[in-house]
Design a protein around this ligand. Structure first.
Ligand SMILES: Cc1cc2nc3c(=O)[nH]c(=O)nc-3n(C[C@H](O)[C@H](O)[C@H](O)COP(=O)(O)OP(=O)(O)OC[C@H]3O[C@@H](n4cnc5c(N)ncnc54)[C@H](O)[C@@H]3O)c2cc1C
Length: 555
């Protein structure tokens, strides 16, 4: 059922508030309502549907063992191999085994994936990096857009959609249960089926909150993510005292389009499925440098290809000219158009590429049902970390893990939450929470320059290649930005995002400094080997009121 419309200056009560409307947020909300139609679920997003988040951008596909030559065991083995010795075996098993059912759910909700031969026939699967067989269910090269279309259509009229910036968790006692989210509401005109919304701070109280707020690309000078991927949910969880984990692992996709002198940070991704279809990587002299570096050459795990590219002094080019132009046009229309807009013809010439920030492997520590270390707080999708990716995410496993663990979180919430009347009574009995301490909107001077400083510091010191000295420089630069921001974030989107970036950036740098080895996507040029002493050690940051499951290396 839909719930009350939040109003500025007021508090409204829900059973669950979901922060973020990408694949994780929408799967969680829909599956929760399927299991418990009595609940009032609000989904908050800081932008209009489809214009924000990574889900609508996802290209290559969603990995699941649905092919005739595949199995959950093979999928799990590939995932653990790509994770470079740090993947959580239980999480990987759950994801691989439950993947086919989540694909069936998406199809049931209306997602039209490519089929071989006939509609309803076997899936036309793409093979991507790290996969030993073709495993990615796709909708040409716009898989995320199709999943998002189907999920948002299914959610229409079933959830209360709130447009605004989640800026703090409601937590009556420090370190205690989470009971809602403070939101800076946007001004939104009335639309069919949705009432108008006036701007201002509103308190959305709830029996539980699920963070599904996506990645951290906003921390870097070149990223495949949109501008708004600023790790807000991870920052909100950290501020509330929830445990975070694996923060040093930030994945760089080997083949972002290299653009010199670009205005913004967002870069076009040239999907790994292109390499799966036969595109190769060449150095400045035209040599295929990945052959000889890894038995799978261009289809080696991402961090291997990224290191291979960064070792080429003259840069790298993706060469798809051997592919049939008709196949390129039919299967990669989104990438072809994007590359053409940048002035290149993918079917006729090699295109310059470089490793580009792509995915946050770490995040809010959760168990296999989305529970964080704080009661009442759940997380799913890219904002969460079950340990399924280990030290490096394999292609297609992000959409999959988002769907699998959001579904499990929904079932756990459905089982745990009391009847709505009881939640409403409990919330009414609690004192009104004090609003978060914010500075006036627009009070950050030179915020664009601060953001640029922060991004270049993170790219230089905590990017694809790290050293102790570079990390130290990055930390100093982040401290300077934090000093310029002052103690209280400005009460606007820009102010909250900057505060999130600084908080999470510092934690990433701290974790990357501690892990003195190279593993997966964490590459320390001053400690270039994978060290047995770090096997199984996962760095956990922050307070943990209750620890979901034991992991090594808690600090
Ligand atoms: C270009 C690109 C291609 C990709 N291709 C693939 C692929 O082929 N296969 C694959 O498996 N993965 C792929 N990925 C990764 C995958 O798309 C993402 O990891 C996944 O979609 C994340 O889903 P999510 O629901 O966790 O977050 P998102 O889809 O990023 O959604 C998060 C939402 O939270 C909202 N939000 C954030 N902070 C706040 C706040 N403070 N208040 C309110 N709302 C907030 C955002 O606006 C956003 O809508 C790709 C990513 C990119 C960028």
């Amino acid at each position: 059922m839909t719930g009350p419309v939040p109003a500025s200056g007021r508090s409204s009560a829900f059973d669950v508030v979901v922060l973020g409307s990408g694949v994780a947020g929408l799967v969680a909300a829909l599956d929760l309502l399927d299991a418990r139609p009595d609940l009032r679920v609000a989904v908050v997003d800081k932008g209009a549907m489809g214009t924000v988040g990574s889900t609508p951008l996802a290209q290559g596909g969603l990995a699941a063992a649905v092919g005739p030559d595949d199995s959950p065991e093979l999928h799990a083995a590939d995932t653990l191999r790509a994770g470079d010795g740090l993947g959580d075996r239980q999480a990987v098993r759950v994801m691989s085994e439950e993947g086919p059912d989540r694909v069936a759910d998406l199809v049931r909700r209306g997602a039209a994936f490519d089929r071989r031969d006939v509609p309803g026939g076997p899936f036309a699967l793409a093979r991507e990096g790290g996969q030993s067989v073709a495993r990615s269910v796709r909708a040409v090269d716009a898989t995320g857009a199709e999943i998002f279309r189907a999920l948002s259509a299914a959610a229409a009229g079933r959830i209360t959609r709130v447009q605004g910036m989640g800026c703090a968790l409601v937590q009556p006692l420090p370190g205690g249960p989470v009971r809602g989210v403070w939101v800076l509401l946007d001004e939104v005109a009335e639309a069919p089926g949705a009432p108008a919304q006036s701007p201002g701070l509103a308190c959305l109280r709830a029996g539980a909150v699920l963070l599904a707020s996506g990645g951290c690309g906003g921390l870097y000078a070149a990223t495949t993510n949109r501008e708004g991927s600023t790790a807000d949910g991870v920052a909100l969880a950290a501020a509330a005292g929830a445990a975070l984990i694996d923060l040093e692992f930030v994945q760089f996709h080997p083949t972002g389009l290299r653009v010199d002198g670009a205005a913004g940070a967002q870069r076009l991704l040239l999907t790994e499925a292109l390499r799966g279809a036969g595109a190769v990587l060449r150095d400045a002299g035209g040599r295929r440098f990945m052959v000889g570096l890894h038995p799978d050459a261009e289809l080696a795990p991402r961090f291997v290809v990224t290191r291979g590219i960064l070792d080429q002094p003259g840069g790298a080019w993706l060469d798809a000219t051997a592919l049939d132009p008709a196949v390129l046009a039919a299967e990669f229309p989104t990438v072809l158009a994007g590359v053409r807009a940048a002035g290149y013809d993918l079917s006729a010439e090699p295109v310059p590429v470089e490793p580009t920030q792509h995915y946050f492997v770490g995040g809010v520590a959760t168990d296999l049902d989305g529970a964080t270390s704080l009661p009442g707080l759940f997380a799913a999708g890219e904002a969460a970390c079950t340990g399924v990716h280990g030290a490096n995410r394999m292609a297609g496993n992000s959409l999959l893990q988002s769907a699998v663990f959001a579904h499990r979180a929904a079932l756990a919430l459905a089982g745990d939450l009391p009847a709505p009347e009881q939640t409403r009574r409990e919330l009414a009995a609690e004192a009104d929470p004090p609003p978060p301490a914010l500075s006036p909107a627009g009070s950050v001077a030179g915020s664009a320059a601060l953001r640029a400083e922060l991004r270049s510091a993170m790219s230089a010191g905590a990017g694809a290649v790290r050293t102790a000295e570079g990390l130290d420089d990055a930390l100093k630069a982040l401290d300077a930005v934090a000093h310029a921001l002052g103690g209280r974030p400005a009460a606007d989107r820009d102010g909250i995002e900057l505060a999130s970036l600084v908080r999470v950036g510092r934690l990433i740098v701290r974790s990357a400094t501690l892990r003195q080895e190279s593993r997966g996507v964490h590459w320390r040029a001053d400690a270039p080997l994978r060290e047995p002493a770090w096997d199984g050690v996962r760095l956990r940051v922050g307070e943990a009121a209750h620890v979901p499951r034991p992991t090594g290396g808690v600090w």
